[in-house]
Write a protein of this length. Sequence first.
Length: 126
Amino acid sequence: MTDSIADSSLDFVGNSSYVVVAVLVAGALYSMLTQKNLIKICVAAVILKSAGNLFLVLLGYRHGGAIPNHYFSGTQEIMVLPTPQGFALTAIVITLATTALMLSLVILIGKHYGTLDVDEIRRLKG
């Protein structure tokens, strides 16, 4: 019971990665809602998607964990599930595709309207 403070779930060092994810999500959402430039909104969306990928990887991480090995089952090891990492790899590919689509649309909007300011584009409606 002497190490109860170090083993608690409220330990900041153990949860600091989740705090980083929360800060990234909050900052990206704030940027997406307050920025007027379309490029900055796209960058905030990419940061939000990256925070989601980081969260997926953190869900699969276990301290001292090992890859599941069916051939060597003589010892009891902490097993790490590869599923969250697989989801993260899939999400990275989807993020790449959606980022390319967002930026190509921003380029077309910039050529058509001559500006990337959201308020100007709403006002022009042409």
